[in-house]
Design a protein around this ligand. Structure first.
Ligand SMILES: [Zn+2]
Length: 158
C-alpha cells in the first residue's frame, strides 16, 4: 500500500520548487515532475526553475487522496479531468429514473464536460439539498423519499 502523502505538511502561502515539494512530502523529485507533466498539478507561469504554489500542491494532494474514495453525492467522475468533480454552478439534472435508481447529469465544475451518474432514489432528495436539481418534476414520485437511507455509504463531510 502506498504511503499516504501528508498534504498538511504543505504551507499554502508559500511556493515550492520541485525539490522542496519532494522533500516536504518525502517523495522522489521525479514523482513531483510526473504530477506536473500529467497536467494535474499546475506550476507558476513563466517561472524557471518551476515553482508550485503551496495551495495548488495542497489541493492536488487532497484531490488525489479523495480519488481513491467514493464520490461524494454531488460529485461525478469527469472523464476529461480524470478526477471527481462537483457540478458547475451547483446545478444538476435528473435525466431518467426507473424503480430503483435515477440518472443525474451535471457539468464538470472545471471543464464543463457533461458527466453522468446513477444514484439511488433515496439519494435524490439529499442531492437536491446539495445542488439545484432540475428535472424532478418529470419524476414526481422521487420527491417522496425523505427518509435517510440506512445503507448510505457516502461520506458527506468535505
Ligand atoms: Zn472536467
Amino acid at each position: 500500500m502506498a504511503r499516504r502523502l501528508n498534504w498538511r505538511a504543505i504551507r499554502i502561502h508559500r511556493s515550492y520548487s520541485v525539490d522542496e515539494a519532494a522533500r516536504a512530502l518525502g517523495v522522489a523529485k521525479v514523482t513531483v515532475r510526473r504530477w506536473i507533466a500529467s497536467g494535474d498539478l499546475s506550476v507558476i507561469d513563466n517561472c524557471k526553475p518551476m515553482l508550485i504554489l503551496g495551495d495548488e500542491l495542497s489541493a492536488y494532494l487532497r484531490k488525489r487522496r479523495s480519488r481513491k474514495h467514493k464520490l461524494h453525492l454531488d460529485q461525478c467522475y469527469c472523464m476529461k479531468c480524470r478526477a471527481p468533480k462537483r457540478a458547475a454552478f451547483s446545478e444538476a439534472e435528473l435525466t431518467g429514473a426507473n424503480g430503483k435508481t435515477a440518472m443525474v447529469r451535471m457539468l464538470c465544475e472545471t471543464c464543463t464536460t457533461v458527466m453522468h451518474k446513477r444514484i439511488s432514489l433515496q439519494q435524490v432528495s439529499r442531492l437536491s439539498a446539495l445542488v439545484s436539481l432540475s428535472g424532478t418534476h418529470r419524476f414526481k414520485h422521487l420527491g417522496e423519499t425523505n427518509q435517510p437511507c440506512v445503507n448510505d455509504h457516502y461520506k458527506t463531510e468535505a
